[in-house]
Design a binder for this molecule. Structure first.
Ligand code: PMP
Length: 760
């Protein structure tokens, strides 16, 4: 081989070749040629049909390199003319295009220590390179439809489904969505030129601690200028614990020679994510194609790790940091919410509460992370409405597509309505076979009570102490948590209050407690005059302080309610849709089948869709001649979104995740109970957990102050939890169920640190 190449070089170039060695690389076959007088070149062969428009692109590359090296700059490969004066030639004998370039000396960026100075020089080098390229045009680069070109991110969408790991897949899809929302509409505005397109650390050369050269111009495209910097930053921050500082070094260096514009700075966050996403997409494609070469996958893991880190960074924070480093006006305010508060109070009743002593203004979110207006990110351990994760791209896409097509009411026949109804009901026991769609949990619980009344002809409702079911008039009437607290009107005569079967503070606590609490309620009902239409309970009483109904309780109560002519309602607004892990619905945990089920919150992942599910017989009793109509309930957009939530739950196996992560988290919370006198009880199922804070274990007196302190202190540390229970002394933990083991550990170690601080 060596002699053959030697002969080839000497036959076509005015060079007397010495040492020949094969170089790695894809897209071409490369040889290093060292001459007898100590000069060094790279001979490259290209298969003619590998790339569309190969000849034109190679010509463009040569012309660009001639432009870049017009002053003999030795940081770029210089195309060498063959003995006939051509920079690119074709060998019929070999059936290959070929060309010779000067060899660029230096150590690869991936082989050296990335000091701030080195990264700064990288930015300067890129800025100088791009400045030299600004006026360069070539049709082939403009016509190129290239998947690695960031402006063509969409061309890679077809590979997303090939990403095997669902949690990687959804992050990539999320960044595709953000790109189409935020970058695509701005593409017109961005200044464009021919860019290098692949300034990764295997293509960048350094010498004496500074970047000195760049090779491999095979990815040149006519694209937004900022993409060159975005690509360089992406690779340079792979495998780094801190990604911000290195990024700022490169960006500042670049800006010092080629000033960036505000819009470019604004989009950088998303462009960096887009490049890492393309890398992940292509690794998945290569894997699906059965390719095994190591270099294909070299960037795939760091790219995924970067995306996982990136999603925790508030995009406004990144923009602000870059703006600050470049001397632009900072974008973020200093954390005061006074003017927002004033505006809110001008239009909103004080009855609408705000959380936290210092309220947060949220501006964005991704899965289990939320972003506020000061640039801070939060780990969301509390919001149970975005069940499959905030802004899940599949749910958002489903809603966007459906909204663009048709949004009307249920008085027309609709495929998506029928399909979603069937798929939702398939999740229930056969006895529950009819569904009514509404828009909120409150509307659903209200309707559930009306159904029960219509079916039984009675008005009495048995409710659990501290339970909450809705904000309608009827909802308040059946919510002890509301009517019995500040501003409440007290118990309505048709209500029977059942003691909350709390095995921590209540009078029964052993394995027979469910039976005993049940027995008490039955006794109470036996001596009550009220004619019971329904018994309504959550499987775990949420607002009551995450109190799981004890095993055996519903098994005892349900048959009795039916015996006295009532129906049983399970309010699954908080516990449903896989939050409890093994049990897709909370009633399954209790081994019972309700007559009516109330659904809400997670059903649309934040889109207002809710429902009542019931039996044929009860639904029939509601057919009184009066129409049931909900303007928005069951519209095609809501159904499409509801269907997307069901699909994501199963495709990402999220109930299983809730089970596994929930089990781990509960164990960690139980460890806190073992260790700290103020941690009275840890309880719940799946990712619906509570930590009850007490003054001391002996008295079990509520420690409201500590709960509030912990909640606010965690918020300062970027972690969101809620408090609940009649004394607001229970930390409520109910995160999006894509929550991870690492997230759980982060939460508990922060609680620990705060508690340790108290002890000290
Ligand atoms: N039932 C339960 C158990 C709830 O937790 C809630 C809301 N917190 C509702 C019903 C009412 O739902 P919405 O706020 O959607 O009206």
């Amino acid at each position: 081989m060596e002699t053959e190449i030697n002969e080839f070089v000497e036959a076509h170039y005015d060079i007397s070749a010495g040492q020949i060695s094969r170089l790695e690389g894809y897209g071409s076959e490369n040889y290093r040629v060292e001459t007898k007088v100590g000069r060094s070149f790279v001979l490259k062969f290209y298969r003619p049909n590998d790339v569309e428009n190969l000849q034109q692109l190679l010509e463009a590359e040569n012309q660009l390199l001639m432009t870049l090296t017009a002053d003999n700059h030795n940081g770029y490969p210089i195309p060498q003319a063959d003995s006939e004066g051509r920079l690119l030639s074709f060998s019929k004998q070999k059936n290959r295009y070929y060309r010779l370039l000067s060899f660029v000396e230096g150590r690869l960026l991936c082989e050296v220590d990335h000091t701030p100075e080195l990264l700064g020089s990288f930015g300067i080098f890129l800025g100088e390179m791009n400045s030299r390229m600004l006026g360069f045009r070539h049709l082939a680069t403009e016509a190129r439809e290239f998947e690695w070109d960031l402006k063509n991110l969409e061309l890679n969408r077809k590979y997303i489904r090939l990403i095997e790991n669902p949690s990687h897949r959804k992050i990539v899809e999320y960044f595709f969505l953000q790109y189409s929302e935020l970058v695509t509409p701005n593409l017109e505005q961005l200044r464009k030129c021919v860019i290098h397109g692949d300034a990764n650390d295997w293509n960048v050369l350094t010498s004496e601690g500074l970047v000195s050269g760049i090779i491999d111009f095979a990815d040149i495209v006519y694209s937004p200028l900022i993409n060159d910097l975005a690509i360089a930053v992406t690779y340079a921050i792979f495998d780094k614990a801190d990604v911000i500082e290195p990024a700022l070094s490169i960006i500042s260096g670049y800006h010092s020679v080629l000033p960036l514009r505000e819009l470019e700075v604004k989009l950088l966050y998303y462009l960096i994510a887009a490049r890492a996403s393309i890398t992940v997409c292509h690794a998945a494609k290569s894997k699906a194609d059965g390719l095994t070469e190591d270099y294909i996958y070299i960037s795939a893991n760091p790219a995924v790790e970067l995306l996982e880190k990136w999603i925790r960074i508030n995009p406004s924070f990144f923009e602000n940091e870059v703006s600050r480093a470049l001397g632009f006006e900072p974008k973020l305010r200093n954390g005061t919410v006074e003017s927002d508060l004033a505006k809110r109070h001008k239009t909103a009743s004080r009855a609408l509460s705000l959380q936290f002593t210092k309220p947060i203004k949220m501006i964005g979110a991704a899965f289990q992370f939320m972003y506020d207006s000061t640039g801070k990110s939060y780990l969301d351990c509390y919001n149970n409405i975005p069940q499959v994760g905030h802004c899940h791209p599949r749910v958002v896409n489903a809603g966007q597509r459906a909204m663009a097509k048709l949004n009307t009411n249920t008085r027309y026949l609709s495929d998506v309505y029928n399909e979603y109804s069937e798929n939702l009901l398939a999740r229930f026991p056969d006895s529950l076979s009819k569904v009514f769609f509404v828009n909120s949990g409150s509307a659903a619980s209200d309707l559930a009570i009306r159904l029960a009344a219509a079916h039984t002809g009675r008005a009495g409702i048995v409710v659990i102490e501290h339970g909450y079911h809705g904000n309608t008039r009827l909802g308040i009437d059946i919510s002890h948590y509301k009517y019995n607290r500040k501003g409440g009107h007290g118990k309505n005569p048709s209500i029977v209050e059942a003691a909350v079967p709390d095995t921590y503070k209540g009078k029964f606590y052993d394995e027979n407690a469910g039976n005993q609490f049940g027995r008490e309620l039955i006794d109470q009902l036996c001596s009550s005059e009220i004619e019971v239409a329904a018994f309504i309970a959550e499987p775990i009483v949420g607002c009551g302080g995450q109190i799981p109904l004890p095993a055996g309780y519903l098994k005892r109560v349900y048959p009795f309610i039916r015996e006295i002519g009532g129906v049983c309602i399970s309010d699954e607004v908080q516990t449903g849709f896989g939050r409890l892990g093994r049990y897709f619905w909370g009633f399954e945990m209790h081994g019972v089948e309700p007559d009516i089920v109330v659904l809400g919150k997670p059903m649309g992942n934040g889109h207002p869709i809710a429902a009542v599910v019931t039996s044929d017989a009860i639904a029939e009793s509601f057919e009184t001649g009066m129409e049931f109509f909900s303007s928005f309930g069951g519209n095609p957009v809501s159904c499409a979104i509801g269907q997307a939530v069901l699909d994501v739950l199963s495709d990402e196996d999220l109930p299983k995740n809730a089970e596994d992560v929930g089990r781990h988290l509960k164990r960690l919370l139980k460890d806190l109970v073992e260790k700290y006198e103020v941690c009275g009880d840890a309880r719940g199922e799946g990712l619906f957990l509570g930590l009850e804070l007490v003054i001391d274990k002996g008295s079990k007196k509520p420690n409201t102050e500590l709960a509030s302190f912990l909640q606010n202190e965690l918020k300062e540390r970027g972690i969101l939890v809620g408090t609940d229970g009649p004394f607001e002394n229970v930390l409520k933990i109910k995160p999006p169920i894509c929550f991870s083991v690492e997230n759980a550990e982060e939460l508990v170690s922060n609680i620990k640190q705060i508690l340790e601080g108290l002890d000290g």
